[in-house]
Every structure is written in C-alpha cells, then in structure tokens.
Ligand binder design. Structure first.
Ligand code: C2O
Ligand code: CU
Length: 464
C-alpha cells in the first residue's frame, strides 16, 4: 500500500465509526427504539447505556429527496410508550408524532408507520415526542436529510448532530430528568458535549477540501456559539431553508433544535490541527478537532457556486394578516406572580407546586390538548410578536409550518429568513409571520425540553 492510499484508508477508519449509518433511500425504512450501549466519552470510560433508534446515538441518517414519498416504520422495543416527531418537516397533522395530540402513543411492542412527502429540501431531524426531556436526553433522535435536486458541489457532505449529556463519573446518564432547577432555569445543561455521540470528536480533513457541514442541535436545552478559528465558513441554510450565503463574522449561535448548513473550505496547513470551539456559556471549550492529512486535496478553494435554490414555502401577506402578541413569562428571576392553570387563576407558588413555572399570555401550557392560543382559518396569514419577559433564552418551535423571521428587538432583518426554531433571547422580542396553510392542531413550544415540560407550550389551531 502506498502512503497515499494508507492515508485514505486511515481517514476512512477514523471517520466511519463516527458517522451515522445511512438508511437506504428506497423510500421506506424501519427504525427501532430500544436500549443500547454507546461509548460516548472514550476508551478510558465504560460505555453509556442509552435509548436510541436501533440502539445507536444518533439514530441512522434517513436521507430522501425533495418531493419523494417517505415511509418510516417506528418499532417500539422500549418499556415505555414513544412516538416520533419529524422536526421542521411540513407534513400532515396525523404524521407529526406528538403522542396525546396527533396520534396515540406507540406502546411497547407496537409499530407505527409514518408516511409523508417532504415538500422542502434541507436539514431536519427526528426525535421522540413522548416525555421528550427524558427520551431525547437518553438519545432517541437522528438526522433526516432531504436532498436538493441540484445540491452545490462539495467534496463531502457531513452531518454533525450536537448533543449535551449529563453523565456521572462512571459515564452513566444522570437520571435526574425534569429536575426542578432545570425546569425553572436554563433547562438541562450537561457536562459532556458531543458530536454524533462522541465526546472530543475528531474529523480528518484534507487541505483544500470543501465540506458541507450540516449542524443539528439535538441537545435538551444547551445552545451553542461556535467559532471556527481561521476558517471562514459561509452559512447557506438555517433551520433547513436556504439563505443568501454569507460569511460568518461572529460566533455561530445555534439554539436547541436549530440547524445550520455551512460551506467550509478547509484551508489549514497539511498535518496541522484546528478546533471548533463553543462559547455560548461562560467557559469556552473545544467541541471538535480537525486533523489535516499530509496530502492536500487542492491548493486554492473551489470557486463553484454555493447558494441553494430557495424552496416553495408560501409567503405571508403582510397587508392582510392577523397579529398575535405572545408574551412569555415565568421561570426563576422572572417576576411572574400569577397565571391561569386549567382555566383558573393561581399564584405562582401554587402553580410551581404542580411542577409548572412558565406561562404564555398568562396561561400555563400544562396539557397538549388545551384551548388554542391562536385559532385561524386555513390560508390566513399570521403575525406573531414574541416577547420574552424572562431571564432565559427560549428556542421557540412551531410544528407543521415555517415562519418568516422579520425583526428582532424591533430591528427589521436585512433579509428576512425562514425558521422553525428561532432562539428568542432574554428580554427580547421577535416578529415572525407565516401562512397557516396546514390544517390541524399544532404545538408551539419552547424546545428547551424542560421548559416545555414546565408549561412553556401552546397550541396553534388551523381550521380545515
Ligand atoms: Cu422538535 Cu415539539 O419538537
Ligand atoms: Cu424555554
């Protein structure tokens, strides 16, 4: 074996166990929710008992093409009920995977077949939507890629599913899911950040190589602010949807449940190493290490186009639109005094005794099937004015639709963009608009999963 093919081999060896296995793209695939063992922290530690699809974390990469029918059979081999939500996909309500709202839970031993045709290309993910703060926290998630008809030319298309685990000394999962402090503060923030289920993730690269990097934040609640050192990545999509490419000039903020697609030209020296660091919270750390091979792939970056063509999400009619103010209140240091729980006004202390600490428009979202916050006719344009009156950031996710982010803190965006999980910072506002074209009752909730469990959720009803 000559040196070059050895390098190719060794990079394959280094990479392949770290990448999620790819599902066949025949349009039909099965995944089994079950227990498994994953070596998250590394060879010096025992493997971690997880719940994963096919026992893996992340679950296998499900890849399909835009406009192609997809069928996924979800087999439940856990001891508890589950269901799977296809995060960011505009699909029929009864395929949305919210047990207790859009379907009955998949009980142990049962199988549920999800069938839908993704209308928009992009980077999505799937995850449990039953006691998600525990089931996602134990590993029940995976990537879902809807390929463009004509993707931009790259050398490799990589998925990084970012997570954040709370592990004990023996690398087992701390089972304090839904702890009171997490519910009332920043959510479950862990101590072992991972990419594709591995702590201290290493990626072998070659100088001159062009990567498409699909970042998916599968953490229960952790947000990231990623820096790429001397590299100069271009953002090409946010929450799956194309944006006019722009170069990062500040750390890339990616809230829980958010996705960002980057194009990166790896222009480091052969044989050097570089890091991707996170600095969202106080201490900064290396999330990923790049290791360059000795042999460059090319000397100068490609200059082929990187822009994605934009999709077909309907544009809201800003002249004929119903406007809804959505005030988020509560949590620690939040100043919420009283709110309605099950229709009854109560003091926060009594509400907290039942495990709830957040409210939307003074209403605690303690049930999935509550009276809707917003109730509109099909095809109505809807404007949301989100007002975060709390001390914590909230990644606010709307099911079944994409929303156009128009303004942050009253400042209109130069280029409004589609989002499904925008990160609403403390004491901030956001203006969003969408066409309510997908009939059904849809969840609108904070994707800091402990916050949702503690009442930060509501329903949007789109009439048929
Ligand atoms: Cu990603 Cu309601 O979920
Ligand atoms: Cu929240």
């Amino acid at each position: 074996m000559d040196r070059r093919s050895f390098i190719q081999c060794s990079s394959v060896l280094a990479l392949s166990p770290l990448l999620p296995a790819m599902a066949d793209t025949s349009g039909s695939v099965d995944i089994t929710a079950r227990t498994g063992e994953v070596n998250i922290v590394g060879p010096d530690f025992p493997a971690t008992d997880v719940w994963g699809f096919d026992g893996q974390v992340p679950g296998k990469l499900i890849k399909t093409g835009v406009g192609r029918p997809l069928e996924v059979g979800v087999v439940n081999r856990l001891q508890v009920p589950t269901a799977v939500h296809w995060h960011g996909i505009r699909l029929p309500n009864d395929m949305d995977g919210v047990a207790g709202l859009t379907q009955a839970p998949i009980n142990p031993g049962e199988t549920f077949r999800y069938r839908f045709t993704p209308p928009d290309a992009g980077t999505y993910w799937y995850h449990s939507h039953v006691n998600a703060y525990e089931q996602v926290g134990r590993g029940l998630y995976g990537p879902l890629i809807v390929a463009e008809r004509e993707p931009p030319r790259v050398d490799r298309d990589l998925v990084w599913m970012i997570d954040d685990w709370r592990l004990l000394e023996d690398a087992s999962i701390s089972d304090d899911f839904g702890a009171g402090h997490d519910r009332s503060h920043a959510g479950r923030i862990g101590n072992v950040p991972t990419v594709n289920g591995r702590f201290r993730y290493i990626v072998r690269v070659r100088s001159g190589e062009r990567l498409r990097l699909r970042l998916i934040n599968a953490s229960n609640a952790r947000n990231f602010a990623l820096s790429f050192g001397d590299l100069s990545p271009s953002v090409i999509a946010i929450d799956g949807q194309a944006v006019t490419p722009y170069r990062l000039d500040a750390p890339l903020v990616i809230g829980a449940a958010g996705r960002v697609d980057l194009i990166i030209d790896m222009m480091g020296e052969p044989h050097s190493t570089m890091a991707v660091t996170d600095s969202f919270y106080r201490e900064s750390f290396d999330l990923v290490k790049w290791e360059y091979d000795d042999v460059p792939l090319r000397d100068a970056p490609l200059d082929t186009p990187i822009a994605l063509s934009s999709g077909s999400i309907p544009e809201p009619d800003l002249k004929d639109i119903s406007t809804h103010r959505v005030v988020i209140a509560g949590g620690a240091m939040g100043g919420l005094r009283r709110a309605r729980l099950d229709g009854e006004w109560m003091g926060l202390r009594d509400i907290a005794q039942q495990g709830y600490v957040w409210a939307i428009n003074d209403t605690v979202g303690n049930k999935l099937d509550m009276p809707p916050l917003i109730d509109v006719a099909r095809q109505a344009s809807v404007r949301l004015l989100l007002d975060n009156q709390t001390a914590f950031p909230h990644p606010m996710h709307l099911h079944g639709h994409h929303m156009k982010l128009l303004a942050i803190n009253g400042e209109p965006l130069g280029e409004p963009r589609w989002v499904d999980s925008p990160l609403l910072m403390p004491n901030s506002t956001m203006e969003l608009a969408f066409v309510a074209d997908n009939p059904g009752d849809w969840l609108f909730h904070c994707h800091a999963l402990e916050h949702h469990a503690a009442g930060l959720g509501a329903l949007v009803r789109v009439r048929t």
